[in-house]
Design a protein. Structure first.
Length: 140
């Protein structure tokens, strides 16, 4: 087993990635906000509770995150026309611009890291990471 070696490499890569993303996204965006924006781009509009599976956090933390995003004009909240208890969250124009910028920051970093190895090894790495990240019933 190579668990200790893997843990060291994974930890170093995760730390470097997190630092790059924090610096690259600042001051107007966080990584969690980028996640919300990307999910909204895909789903058009969602209820606040719909974000919980994507965020790995509490409903209260999602609400606080959405509050900050609304204050910074990244999202728009609207009450449902037929049921005032329902709040819909959608992405604003500024949110779309920031999402595109955030995706570019991430892609620049990942391209830089992946370009250290050949295209073939990049494919192999993605394949292998897919295998280890798959749910136990999916792993083959």
């Amino acid at each position: 087993m190579h668990t200790a070696e893997f843990a060291k490499v994974w930890s170093r890569l995760a730390k470097d990635y997190k630092l790059h993303m924090e610096n690259g996204l600042a001051p107007s965006l966080t990584e969690a906000q980028l996640t919300v924006l990307e999910v909204l781009e895909e789903h058009r509009r969602m209820k606040p509770s719909d974000f919980i599976p994507y965020m790995a956090t509490s409903p209260a933390a999602v609400t606080m995150l959405l509050d900050r995003m609304e204050k910074n004009a990244l999202i728009v909240r609207e009450r449902d026309e037929n049921d005032r208890r329902i709040v819909w969250v959608s992405i604003s124009d500024k949110g779309r611009q920031e999402a595109a910028r955030g995706i570019q920051v991430r892609n620049d970093y990942l391209s830089h890291v992946l370009n250290r190895i050949s295209s073939h090894n990049q494919q192999l790495l993605v394949y292998l990471l897919g295998k280890v990240s798959a749910a136990p019933q999916e792993a083959g």
